[in-house]
Ligand binder design. Structure first.
Ligand code: FAD
Length: 317
């Protein structure tokens, strides 16, 4: 089922989470270990992230450069189908612009359609390691809005090759990312919000936010979205802090602020077990307030270890 239909049919806040495909070589059992402890809380759907292959250049004895593509976490499409058919739960595979030509994106969408998957989260993806800024694949989409347009076009039977005949329309529900504390590359929140509106105008059905630790920022973001005419559901993304090093890592990687109270509580912890507990308590408080405010869904970032998410949802749902 489409995420938008799941949301529209529900009278109360729903629960979902996102997981990563296992590291190359690992088995589907890793996915099962993440999902099964959370099944009793009836996730409405599950997101599966996409990871851009890394390109490594190695000098050969001949002096020539060999270009090797290393896929660390392949399998988004397969993992999504595995979850859908093993557990009968709807899935939202993530798709990114980076590393794909438009033809390859179309092939991935056709595969997802054959697999009976109704949703995608359309993202640009981050810049390659060491690169100065994001570089699209030659012939690939440059921004998430271009990917949204491509999915929407396919939903209307419009393929990359304009001469394609025997057209089969897809019917994907499209989610996109939003940033309550603005995306790192945007000059200010206002222009970032206009980029978000462009994604919605291009056909996105709902928004999932980057993680945030201060609900006031989310509420303000929703107000600002509504003020510029974004009417689709906005789903808060939550990640419980679980390691002391998150205090520096999360702001650096995701360009988000951590409230001083949370920083102080984590700094008082003697070990990461205590940090994990602080993260759970903060997550419970955030989730309860968001649920009371009537958000459509609470979306948790699991990072593969579900015990902290389990403790939170046990208290909240
Ligand atoms: P875009 O919406 O394309 O925005 C990128 C930048 O371009 C922004 O600064 C925006 O303001 C700007 N911009 C957009 N349109 C215009 C325009 N017309 N003119 C000028 N500037 C413009 N990454 C992965 O690799 N795999 C994942 O599975 C993944 N999952 C994610 C899930 C969620 C919920 C979130 C929030 C992020 C996820 N990401 C993932 C990270 C995401 O790929 C990065 O944050 C990326 O840097 C931006 O992606 P986007 O889709 O928001 O890009």
């Amino acid at each position: 089922m489409k995420v938008i239909d799941i949301i529209n049919r529900s009278q109360s806040t729903l629960f979902t989470f996102e997981l990563l495909p296992p590291l190359k070589g690992a088995s589907f059992s890793e996915i099962e270990e993440t999902i099964e402890p959370l099944l009793p809380y009836s996730p409405s759907y599950i997101n599966v992230t996409y990871h851009r292959p890394e390109v490594v250049l190695r000098e050969q004895p001949s002096g020539l450069l060999e270009r090797r593509i290393i896929k660390k976490r392949p399998g988004t499409v397969g993992v999504s189908a595995g979850i859908k058919y093993k557990y009968g739960i709807d899935v939202v595979p993530h798709l990114i612009c980076g590393g794909f030509t438009r033809e390859e994106t179309e092939d991935a969408l056709i595969d997802l359609n054959f697999l009976g998957i109704d949703n995608v989260l359309a993202l640009r993806g981050d810049a390659e390691k060491g690169a100065h800024g994001f570089m699209p694949e030659p012939g690939g989409n440059k921004l998430a809005v271009d990917l949204v347009k491509q999915v929407n076009d396919l939903n209307h039977g419009k393929y990359v090759d304009p001469e394609s005949t025997n057209i089969q329309k897809t019917d994907f529900c499209i989610g996109v990312a939003g940033y309550p504390e603005k995306h790192s590359e945007a000059p200010n929140l206002e222009t970032d919000l206009m980029s978000l509106k462009a994604k919605v105008d291009a056909g996105a059905d709902y928004i999932v936010t980057q993680m945030f630790f201060n609900n006031a920022k989310f509420f303000e973001f929703v107000e600002q979205c509504r003020a510029i005419g974004i009417t689709v559901p906005i789903i808060p993304g939550l990640k419980p802090i679980s390691l002391k090093k998150h205090l520096t890592m999360l702001p650096q990687i995701f360009h988000i602020d951590l409230p001083q109270d949370l920083v102080d509580a984590v700094n008082r912890c003697k070990n990461n077990e205590e940090v994990r507990q602080v993260g759970v308590e903060w997550g419970i408080a955030q989730s309860k307030e968001l649920k009371a405010a009537g958000v459509p869904v609470l979306h948790y970032y699991t990072m593969g270890k579900p015990d902290n998410i389990e403790k939170i949802v046990k208290e909240v749902f």
